[in-house]
Design a protein. Sequence first.
Lengths: 436, 296, 273
Amino acid sequence: MEAPGRGAPAWFLACLVGVATGCAAPSEDDPTTIRFWAMGREGEVVQELVADFEQEFPGIRVEVQQIPWSAAHEKLLTAFVGRASPDLAQLGNTWIAEFVALQALEPLDVRIASANTLAPSDYFSGVWDTNVIDGTTYGLPWYVDTRVLFYRKDILARAGYDAMPVTWSGWLESMKAVKRTVGPANFAILLPVNEWTQPVIFGLQTGSPLLGDEATRSAFTEPEFRKAFTFYLDLFRSGLAPSLANNEVANIYQEFEKGYFSMCITGPWNLGEFQNRLSPAMQDSWDTAPLPGPDGPGLSLAGGSSLVLFRGSPHRDAAWRLVEFLSRPEQQVRFSQLSGDLPARREAWADPFLTQNPRTSAFWEQLQRVVATPKIPEWELITSRILEYSELAAREAAPPDTALARLDADVNRILEKRRWLLGRDRTGGTEGHVSP
Amino acid sequence: MSTILERQQARAALQFLAPALTLIAVFFFLPVIAGLLLSLTDFDIYAIGALDTARFVGLGNYRDLLHSTLFWTALKNTLYFVLVGGPLSVAISLAAAVLLNSPRLRFRPFFRTVYFAPVVTTLVAVAIVWRYLYHPRYGLLNHILGWVGIEPIDWLGDPHWSMPAIIILSIWKNFGYNMLIFLAGLQTIPEELYEAASIDGAGPWRSFFHITFPSLGPVFLFVAVTTMIGYFQLFAEPYVMTQGGPLRSTTSLVLLMYEEGFRWWRMGVASSIAFVLFLLTLGGALLQLRLRRARA
Amino acid sequence: MRRGPGSLLLHAVLFLGAAATLTPLAWMLAASFMSPGEANTFPPRFLPQHPTFDNYIALFTRIDIARHFLNSVVITVAATLASVVLNSMAGYAFAKLRFPGRERIFRTLTLALVIPAQVGMLPLFLLLRELGVVNTYAGVLVPYLASVFAIFLIRQYVLSVPDDLLDAARVDGAGEFKIFREIVFPVIKPILATLATFTFLSVWNDFLWPLIILSESSKYTLPVALAGLVGEHVQDTELMMAGSVITILPALVVFLAFQRAYVRGILSGSVKG
């Protein structure tokens, strides 16, 4: 009697397992290769800087992986949860709180203190603050982003203004004057309705905390935010801004040139884009200005990206070398030239590359007056809700009070867990400490 | 003697089944049960960092879903897709099958292959192609519609047209599959029935409704149920083409589940959405079965 | 239908239908050979003015699509082989091996057919994380190796193999595995071809699961890489079309080569159903 093929299926299984574990083994044998994830344009241009870094530090090799911005947030989180995160990554500074809640990031205070070339005072305080959660620093600012006004100098001049006003009332008057100048078919300002940055900036300017009670409750129905929201919606209602989403405007550069709108609130990347995409004839007709606020020069967002180290990485020291390298003023300047982003390091701003361009001065000024949005893990999710409800109101698909009430309810529901955790920490004291 | 053979068979069965069933048990059924359990907790990003922050919330997630406008929007969108796209798709498949079944037809294999080709194409790849076809200005579809005098439509930018755009893509992609099944079913209907009917003076429509349609009964039910199950799982098209927009008009249940689960890491909430999806699918399937039984 | 439309009308309608069905794919192919910007013109073009391979070259040099192609091939082939072996054994067991509880276990499996795959995806992700196979080939393969649908397909077909053949071999003293290998396997080759084609196509085209489990772009399969490209290069229509062509072509080729086997599989699951 022939033995049944008892071994056969088992043998096959063993093969499969072998293949599986072989495939699961880490692909890198070299202990000094660090994996660096960067997004979008930054990911493209950093390769050049990395090449120089590798020359200076021959024992360290850097593998740069470029991720599109649209997928970066989820990719980074998925990678961390799946225990497959890189050694070093670029992180939008509004995402830092999330990763801290995950206990994913390496605290950097000790490294910063012992590095004699780095100090918090080298950076813009509002931006530095976005990296500090509960007294500990988790990221080093790499480049900064804030929002200022880009506008048509010539149209503003025709409307009777030789400089951008600094108060809301002055600004409103100038926009009305512009509207009278350009006619009913055009607009004074473009504020895409599917962006959360404008309502939030106005809210910050009126002094709204956005979230109250140590970021456990919505403050969107409080008077300050209501005032900002009304100001924002009035711009659409009075015909000063078109109710359009950013993907509904075919080509904002063409529209700006045509005078369809004369102002917009946008960031540093457009310094280069405006230069490249507007015709030569237009180059003297536009300028930048810091944002006006309710009673004087206003606040703006402390945006940008930081460099972070992941806690589980076996190559944190090598990765830190790269962070230090990228933070050198000359590397900051070089990076700025390649990417069009603004350097995080104040020293770098003294470079002629930046001083020669008068339009960057609006950013320099504004960066002195920037403030962080609530530094909690739920913030990303909350911005998506702000976006949705403010779009409903701007398109008049819902009355403003309803939109705010719904936003309020949603945000409170989102923050319920945070309230519970803070309450628990106060009464019990457990490991899962949450930052107030 | 027979008992030895029986024992031999039983032993062999264990070995033959063990690999596949173990895989299915561990990597399918176990996660499904875990999903159900997860949906009863508020497992989220805090819990991934520190497990003790997860709480048992019973049906809390489900209750929150009922209060969530986004959930109702996703549900509405998915039902729109299933209840409009589904029957349309089935109807077009049936029509194509009926035409292909015509005895006068030449080149049947050619047509069958051509009509089926979209089924095997990669959904992501064709969604990208259709994204360009749907461009209001540079897209081929508006261009062709222009030949018959129809004004350009902002397919993917207008909330009223975004779901129809996805339905059209979906029908194009899938109708070949059901067409094939209907074709096989049609070919089992005896010619004599039609001959008898035509002698009695019945026209093509009456033949269809009195002979074809009833004879296709079980096949029709199968197609209807499987199409519905598949359509409830709408994900890749909105993910690639519209990201759930504009104004959330193409956010489907699975897309919402993906967002909650992998963008916001609210895994308790995501699992509850997945379970609602399961219940809907099951309910839809049972409903169709009952309707069929009632009719027969 | 007996009394259908006139033959000319019938053929005209069907040819029109064929044109409508093929146009998107034809345009995709044409656009992939257009120069940058040509596909975004008004009025839209059907054919490139000066066909060029530049987009394909760019895919292979700048985007490294060969790597994604390789990933897709490796994963799909491995899944197909594993699926054919594992599911055929299980399907055969349910059809021809007598053992206690066979019908009950089989009915339980039926349940799996109604449960959407997404229900278990999150916990599966967490489970694989514990096993350390996130972002690996093994992790991607896990859901593809065994499937209830495949087992059903095989079982259905194997039921038609005559029992006497198998019993005679048993009486002669052959072991079960030998019977499977030497008698059953050759006879069920047609359905195995069907299953292989099915598995190949469904794994090649799968999107959501690889999207979730793979986080490093060097491991992405074609569909995931393509979706990622759209985020970055949405302006580069021609490039994206070339990427789509490369992704779809192998699937179409496999389908055309194994059409009969594939179609048989679809029908066997349904008409008798």
